[in-house]
Every structure is written in C-alpha cells, then in structure tokens.
Design a protein around this ligand. Sequence first.
Ligand code: UFG
Length: 323
Amino acid sequence: MTILVTGGAGYIGSHFIRLLENKKKDFVIVDNLSTGHEKFIKDKKFINVDLKDKENLKKLLNDYNFSSIVHFAGLSIVKDSQSLAENYYENNVIGSKNIVEIALEKNIRHFIFSSSAAVYGNPEEESIKESHPTKPINNYGKNKLQVENLLKQVSQEYPLDVVCLRYFNAAGADKKGDLGELRDPETHLIPNIIKKAISKDTLEVFGNNFKTPDGTCIRDYIHVSDLAEAHAKALEFLTENKGFHVFNLGNERGFSNLEIINTAQEVLKLKINYRIQEPREGDPAKLIADSTRAKNLLKWTQSKTDIKEMILSAYQFYQNEKI
Ligand code: UFG
C-alpha cells in the first residue's frame, strides 16, 4: 500500500508527508527540487526526477508497486504563469500527463490532484461552489483546468478513480516549526508580510481599487495542515467511491489584504510598512470557498481556522529558518 507523492518536498506536499508519517503509511516522494526543499524530506524515501522526463521517471518507478498517487508537483506562482507560459504548460500540464500515463501503465487505481481555486477566475457568486463556472483568468488556472479535464476523460475510459482538490489560499505551518512556506523570491502575501515586518522594508500591496469593501483583494486562507488532512480523507473516499470528483478546500471566510496586514501587526506586535502598487496581472478580486461538499462527502473538518494562528505558525517557521 505504498503511496507515490509527487512534489513531497514542497510547501503543501511536505505537510502531507508529515501526516503520512504520523499515520505510519508507506510512501515514496518524487520531486525535482526545483522549488521544493531537500531539508523538508531528509531521511525519507525520495527519488530526484523531473516529471517532464517520462523515460527516466518510468525507469525509476519500475520496481515499486503503488496503491495511489497524490500529485502535488507543479509551479505555483500566478504571475510567473503569465510571463513564462510555456514553462508553466510543460511543467504543470505535460508533467501531469506523464504521471497520469504512468498511473495507467502501472495499474494504479487512485489519483489525487492538487488543483486550485484559480480554475474559477472571477467569481460570479459570493462564495464559490464546485458547480461555479470555470473561467480561469491566468495560465496557472488554465493549466490546472487542463489537467482536471484530462483526468476526467481518463477516469471515464480507464479504471482510474480521481479526486481533484481545489485549494484556496494555503497558509500557516506545521506546529513543529520545521516545515513552511519558503520561496526565493517570496511572492505570497503572508510570508512577505512576515519578512517585511522583520526587515522593516516596505511591503507592496498590489492594487486598492478592486470591487471589495476596502479595495484590496479578498482571499480565503486555509491552514496547510488542514489541507494535508483533506488528502488523507480523499484517499479514504476513493476506496469506496469510483469515478471523478472535485472538492473545494477553503475556510469559507474571506480576508482582504489590508485585513491580513492589520491582523499580522496585531499578532506579531510589529509595525508593517506598506505602499499601494499597481494590481498584479491575473489576480481575481475575491475568492471565497463554499466547502460544504468536502465536509459532507470527505467527512473533512478543519481544526485550525483562526487566521491569527496561521500567521503565528508561519512566523514561527520563519524564525526557526533564520537560526
Ligand atoms: N499580495 C500583495 N503583496 C505581496 C504578495 C501578495 O499585495 O507581496 C496580494 C496579491 O496581489 C493577492 C493576495 O495578496 O491579492 C494574495 O496573493 P498570494 O500571492 O499570497 O496568493 P494568490 O491568491 O495569488 O495565489 C494563491 C496560490 C495559487 C492559488 C490561489 C488560489 O499561489 O496557487 O492562491 O486562491 F491558485
């Protein structure tokens, strides 16, 4: 019952690996370490290979029998997906196609895919259900949707059962403080706030003219450990449910960028200087999940819904990182 985890050295993938270890499950990590961190997977079963390199991937996985694949690997910076469209397509679509083909060749029956709220584009309703139209406004979201569509088609023609998990904004860090969000350069709001608060540099806030109460974008933040738990629930779900399934994973509550800055100032007790910049290309004004389906069908419950706890745990990780 070995689980193949692609992207296990990344932010969300490494939290899922921690969960598998706690549950005493067997796994093998595949990662090319392009954005993942070797220190997150030290002493764990790990194969360093690029998903784009199908021949090598196949060869290196030849000796293993897997019950399921949890596919996290991919590039995830919305802005880069606009300027590096081809690179994003190759990594996120071709890489995914390769791992799906390997699933079929190796008779693996269960597949969990890290999808994204970015597949929806600009929301047409207050909170987003899975039935909401999918009209991505950036290449990142388009590529996620292309992979979802591929998986849907494959699940209709082959004995591969699929869950696509559409994440809203992952935040926070494991309570041990040794795993977390780490990019260079940093692009995401909460880690950037923490960095700027400590360095006393000025945070750039991208746009304040969106159609939201304070004009800044609104996002739904979900604790990364709760996200990891949803993958374990999705694997359980597939033991009893065939076919293709999609679930939103969010906290069903939105915070504007300015609200996040103010909350961070309060919990970190640090002053955060910011200035308003032009909006970033491909940013929807507001993304809030309706996660009723995941709660009902996956029997998933979040245990860390407090935004302050998410910011604090991210801060703790950042502090440990500097030691
Ligand atoms: N932002 C700033 N300044 C920064 C960083 C971010 O103002 O220094 C703003 C962004 O413009 C956006 C908000 O903060 O309005 C959140 O931005 P993030 O980069 O933290 O996250 P995104 O919402 O762009 O994207 C994340 C993931 C995607 C996923 C999406 C789904 O990176 O993979 O959430 O909601 F698709």
